[in-house]
Design a protein around this ligand. Structure first.
Ligand code: ADP
Length: 302
């Protein structure tokens, strides 16, 4: 298979050696298929956030290994320039294929550009005077010229449906949904190949949620991006993800397609993850051989 990230036997312990010692991840192995929209679900404290922070190097693996394999040119970098991946001697172009994060000289700074992590409520990190300047900040920080940074920022904003009329506005004048998109564009402008979104629709109204998910789905189509979605919402996962990882007390309990995972209703409920009723009903109907999809009209379904 073609995987962008593979973790093998990853364990993470907090407050090791104290009475408070706790395993956030236990011997966790998983893979993320390139081009997929993979969801990570699990109860609060199940290890989701610890896992995703390992994937962009914010937390370094102490036990176990993480492998990444990127394409040569990130799709958002139209200038075609690539940065050094290994400090000193090698570049992404020279060193292809599967790389271990524990490899000597691994460049964690470069990794953070390749694996874009959008935290919860990312709009709290907006700070520049204008929308455009805010989104240009990342590429400029990567060493891009102003001209390239501007092109990348405009491209990222457009891909999230933010129009030119907002470029000169202060981020603080925008609506909640717009702010969130600008914040995501700031990560996108750095040309990640894997975009990790931690509860991207938290706090948005249903219309804002649907709209943002449509834009996210578009990123995958237009930029062939791989997306990892951390979510509490089983409903959003059912609608938008194609693969699901289920964490429970730091362990990977289930993985598979949305259909495979969501058909194991009792197991999910045992981990406190109830399916939305409409979905549960739909899966029951599908299991009983009815060719029905969410969104079908009554006429289509009968
Ligand atoms: P989730 O994102 O699924 O809510 P987390 O990865 O945040 O789960 O947490 C997993 C476990 O690790 C929890 O038991 C949590 O209390 C613990 N944990 C997370 N971060 C820290 C930390 N910085 N110090 C101590 N314990 C932590």
């Amino acid at each position: 298979g073609d995987y962008i990230v593979e973790a093998e036997h990853l364990s993470a312990i907090f407050q090791e050696g104290t009475a408070m010692e706790s395993f956030a991840l236990k011997d966790l192995s998983m893979k993320i298929r390139r081009g997929s929209l993979t969801a990570v679900i699990g109860h609060t404290g199940s290890g989701k956030s610890t896992l995703v922070q390992h994937l962009n190097g914010l937390i370094k693996a102490k036990s176990g290994e993480i492998f990444v394999s990127f394409r040569e040119n990130p799709p958002l970098v139209k200038s075609g320039k690539s940065f050094l991946f290994f400090k000193g001697k090698k570049t992404v172009i020279e060193k292809k294929g599967r790389l271990s994060l524990s490899e000597e000289g691994f460049d964690y700074r470069a990794l953070r550009f390749k694996v874009g992590l959008v935290f919860q409520y990312p709009e709290y990190q907006l700070f520049e005077e204008t929308v455009l300047a805010d989104v240009m900040f990342g590429p400029l920080n990567q060493g891009k010229t102003r001209e390239d940074a501007e092109a990348l920022a405009k491209d990222a904003l457009a891909s999230l449906g933010i129009g030119e009329e907002l470029y000169a506005k202060s981020p603080f004048e925008l609506s909640g949904g717009q702010k969130r998109k600008v914040a995501i564009a700031g990560v996108l402008a750095m040309g990640p190949e894997l975009l990790i979104l931690d509860e991207p629709t938290a706090g948005l109204d249903p219309a804002g949620r649907d709209e943002l998910f449509e834009e996210i789905a578009g990123l995958r189509k237009n930029y062939a991006m791989t997306i990892l979605l951390v979510s509490h919402s089983m409903d959003d996962v059912a609608r938008y993800a194609d693969e699901v990882l289920v964490l429970h007390q730091g362990e990977l309990k289930m993985e598979g397609t949305v259909e495979e995972v969501f058909s194991k209703k009792e197991e999910l409920e045992g981990m406190g993850l109830g399916l939305p009723q409409i979905r549960a009903l739909l899966f029951d109907l599908q299991k009983n051989g009815l060719d029905i999809q969410l969104g079908n009209t009554v006429e289509e379904a009968v």
